[in-house]
Design a protein around this ligand. Structure first.
Ligand code: PAF
Length: 291
């Protein structure tokens, strides 16, 4: 695995590979890698000649008072995991080269960013789109791999790529879970021992929400039941629990082909998100509970 920090060096290497007709699969991350990231690499590995992973904790997507400073980082361990997983090029740019100046141009997501985390974290998806566009331009990937735990991010990026004719294909990769159902997340390390014990209730509550949804229970009641199950069984505060159409993220109507039940909860030091995406027949879109 080659580790590269300079944009020009990465671009030279990628150009050389492209001249040899090699396809490039791209896994953008903020590091502190876990099995969720490695499943993105695994899929990218199967579908491409070259796998590029970026690690960059993007300041533009953290709001004031959010956990930019506390976001976990471990470059040495990440390099080891990335190399073992089969990453060919690890791109770890520095902040000054990624954001050398601010010309004031903004990239603003549309209505998909007005609910869920977009409503709770103003500007978050502006920052995600900004860095993702920069990374796509730098890496020029044939395919880019995103996890379904960040379902809103994925939906917004799919729209961005479609509407702006970006040349990469976006690949959806199922959420990877701990044995007890907790979605893998870099932020899980910031849970206290007790919080970690009760955190699986998030997934259990979402699964129960899906059962209620399948039974035809109303959107409001499903949301209420999910929120109550979480608050009754943990110290977590609910940021939101929402049942919406997916990927439009508009209010759910029976015409929608897919629906999402998504939540964000706050423990003392960390905020976790999770979701279940379902077809309108009530089938879970993907499930990957046994890793
Ligand atoms: O999902 C993430 O880790 C980040 O939002 C991303 C896509 C790497 C952009 O910083």
């Amino acid at each position: 695995m080659k580790t590269i920090r300079l944009i020009s060096e990465l671009q030279e290497l990628i150009d050389r590979n492209k001249r040899n007709h090699q396809t490039v699969g791209f896994v953008p991350t903020m590091g502190f890698l876990h099995a969720g990231h490695l499943s993105l690499v695994e899929q990218a590995r199967k579908e491409n000649d070259i796998v590029v992973m970026s690690i960059f904790v993007n300041p533009a997507q953290f709001g004031p008072g959010e956990d930019f400073e506390a976001y976990p980082r471990d470059e040495a361990y990440d390099s080891k995991l990335a190399s073992e997983a089969g990453v060919d090029i690890l791109f770890m740019p520095n902040r000054d080269e990624m954001y050398p100046h601010d010309g004031g141009i903004q990239i603003l997501p549309g209505s998909q960013a007005t609910s869920l985390c977009g409503a709770k974290r103003p500007g978050h998806f502006d920052g995600v789109l900004k860095v993702v566009l920069k990374l796509f331009n730098i890496v020029d990937p044939d395919s880019s791999y995103f996890g379904m735990k960040d379902a809103q991010q994925l939906a917004i990026i799919e729209t961005f790529v479609r509407d702006f004719n970006l040349r990469t294909k976006i690949k959806r990769v199922p959420t990877v879970r701990e044995k007890d159902g907790l979605a893998k997340s870099s932020r899980n390390v910031n849970l206290s021992g007790e919080e970690r014990l009760v955190a699986p209730v998030i997934h259990q509550a979402l699964e129960n929400g899906k059962v209620l949804f399948d039974q035809g229970v109303s959107v409001r009641k499903v949301e209420k039941e999910v929120a109550e199950q979480i608050t009754n069984n943990s110290s977590a505060q609910i940021d939101y629990v929402s049942l919406l159409a997916y990927p439009s993220l508009l209010p759910y109507t029976p015409e929608a082909e897919e629906a999402i039940i998504a939540c964000a909860v706050k423990f003392e030091k960390t905020r976790l998100i999770d979701n279940i995406i379902m077809s309108t027949k009530g089938e879970e879109y993907v499930s990957n509970d046994d890793e």
